[in-house]
Design a protein around this ligand. Structure first.
Ligand code: APR
Length: 251
């Protein structure tokens, strides 16, 4: 047996094998092993010269070039990153579960590149662009440093299609995410510090709905004492072990 599989509780293996519906919430931690810094690491690291308020509509109005270039740089960072074994394991598990919903707070597109289908992007995507006045969708192949381009339809500045602090989350994504959390047999919270609302309420929604709730994270979070099971360790190791334990024929 693969050493990591020993840490997978039998209760979780049985629940996954019999689950009709599994809902998964991921955060920046699942992309950490792809070399994409998490938000909390970033506050102290490379991104320390940017602060949350820089990811804010007012910051974009005040200094569009500064905010635009930060997102061009982040897009280059995630485009150079590869999905890791954790992303890949979730894409494989999806093929074994009748109804699988993957909700992510990440904007890096790595779940889709790993093969996950129907990903709900609660905070949008770095790889999509809209105009700042009317949210017209703008297709951009290679965004460049400098001032942001302008919308061909209304002339307003183009911005990344991500949710900035203080902005509402996409309503359809929210409704779908809360429905999937409230009506599932197993809920996996992976690589999120569980402090940013409304995503942080999804695991509680799953608990209230009677799901077996599991946290996968090397560190404690405010959610740790609320969930049924915690797997302490990196998603890139634990998720492949979980998939192999539940579905031994999984490739
Ligand atoms: N595997 C699993 N989890 C990991 C790993 C790993 N290899 N490495 C780190 N983690 C965990 C950290 O312990 C932390 O709990 O991932 C979590 C990352 O937390 P944050 O950096 O807060 O990221 P996230 O929870 O996604 O932030 C939520 O906050 O800044 C906003 O909009 C932004 O979507 C983001 C939201």
């Amino acid at each position: 047996m693969h050493p990591d599989m020993r840490v997978i509780p039998n209760e979780l293996i049985a629940a996954l094998r019999t689950a009709r519906r599994v809902t998964v919430l991921t955060g920046a931690g699942i992309s950490a092993e792809s070399g994409v810094p998490t938000f909390r690491e970033a506050q102290a690291g490379l991104w320390s010269h940017y602060h949350p308020e820089d990811r804010h509509p007012d910051a974009f109005q005040r200094n569009p070039q500064l905010v635009w270039e930060w997102y061009v740089w982040r897009r280059q960072l995630v485009s150079a990153a590869q999905p890791n074994a954790g992303h890949a394991a979730l894409a494989v598990m999806q093929t074994y579960v009748p109804q699988w919903t993957l909700i992510t707070q990440n904007v890096d597109g790595l779940h889709q590149r790993a093969g996950s289908q129907g990903v709900i992007e609660l905070h949008g995507s770095l790889l999509r662009y809209v105009c700042s006045a009317r949210q017209h969708i703008v297709s951009l192949e290679a965004p460049a440093m400098g001032m942001p381009p302008v919308c061909p339809r209304c002339g307003s500045l183009v911005r990344p299609d991500v949710v900035w602090f203080g902005e509402p989350l996409p309503v359809a994504a929210m409704v779908e995410a809360f429905e999937a959390a409230a009506h599932c047999d197993v809920f996996l919270s992976i690589g999120t510090s569980g402090v940013v609302q409304p995503a942080a309420s999804l695991p509680l929604e799953a608990l209230a709905g009677g799901a077996l709730t599991v946290e996968i994270n090397p560190d404690e979070t405010p959610l740790s004492r609320r969930v049924d099971l915690t797997l302490r360790g990196p998603a890139g190791q634990l998720l492949p072990a979980l998939g192999r334990a539940a579905w031994p024929d999984a490739d």
